[in-house]
Ligand binder design. Structure first.
Ligand SMILES: Nc1ncnc2c1ncn2[C@@H]1O[C@H](COP(=O)(O)OP(=O)(O)OP(=O)(O)O)[C@@H](O)[C@H]1O
Length: 232
């Protein structure tokens, strides 16, 4: 794995939330991690341990209080809000527990939404790539269906393709199967796992599901503000 490019790196990453004038709570005490291209990593930890806090920083949605975080060589702390938005648009994809698809748009339109917003409209190559990915996840017959007419698993597969259409280096997935029954959840997970490998995209997936975590390449557990590798 060490010969593959590094996509995510953090060094002594700390995050403190200020709760008023005197109270401050340090949630991340000094997280050191590295993730390589194409790795599928599960992040586990108890509720309130800081999983979303870490994902928000790596997703360029929040800044660390101390320490550094690099995405594909770019240090998040060095970017202003425009730079953060650019990083999100060019290098990152997001999948959430709830798909957040727009019901009045079709599957294909939803998938093209992020690149459309970024570029003021999709280019033919974006549409072609989106169709290729939708075919890959078994949705080629659903392109023109409105997303409220799709099953939960189909909606989440649409959301996964939406996260990949800008050809990101890193996909951050926060409980991506949490809203699905166990069969659909397992299918969606298997697809993400395969796609990570095929496209060389790194996935960081927060999950409370031990079975899914066990099927990842690596498991990292946040405990007491630190991130530790769990050896399987
Ligand atoms: N914006 C904020 N302001 C103040 N405290 C916050 C903020 N966001 C999170 N926290 C606190 O930081 C801690 C970690 O929260 P976080 O959401 O990262 O945990 P989590 O591991 O993702 O939890 P869960 O599994 O329940 O989603 C919690 O104690 C939470 O209350």
């Amino acid at each position: 794995m060490a010969s593959r490019p590094i996509v995510v790196e953090t060094q002594q990453l700390k995050k403190t939330y200020n709760l008023g004038t005197e109270k401050a709570v340090e949630v991340l005490h000094g997280v050191d991690m590295v993730a390589y291209a194409g790795e599928f990593i599960a992040i586990i930890g108890q509720s309130g341990s800081g999983k979303s806090t870490l994902l928000n920083i790596l997703g360029a949605l929040d800044q660390p209080t101390e320490g550094g975080a690099w995405i594909d060589g770019t240090e998040i702390g060095s970017l202003d809000s425009l730079g953060l938005a650019k990083l999100r648009g060019q290098k990152l994809g997001f999948v959430f527990q709830f798909h957040h698809l727009l019901e009045e748009f079709t599957c294909l339109e939803n998938v093209l939404m992020p690149v459309s917003i970024q570029k003021g409209g999709p280019e033919p190559s974006d549409t072609a790539y989106a169709k290729e990915l939708l075919d890959r996840v078994g949705l080629s017959s659903q392109l023109h269906k409105r997303t409220n007419q799709m099953s939960g698993g189909q909606q989440q597969r649409t959301a996964i393709v939406r996260a990949l259409t800008n050809r990101p280096r890193l996909v951050l997935a926060d409980e991506p199967t949490g809203n699905l029954d166990s069969r659909s959840g397992a299918e969606v997970f298997a697809l993400m796992r395969e796609i990570a490998r095929e496209l060389g995209v790194t996935f960081l997936m927060v999950t409370h599901d031990d079975r899914l975590a066990a099927a990842a390449d690596r498991i990292l557990r946040i405990e007491d503000g630190y991130l530790n590798e769990v050896y399987k």
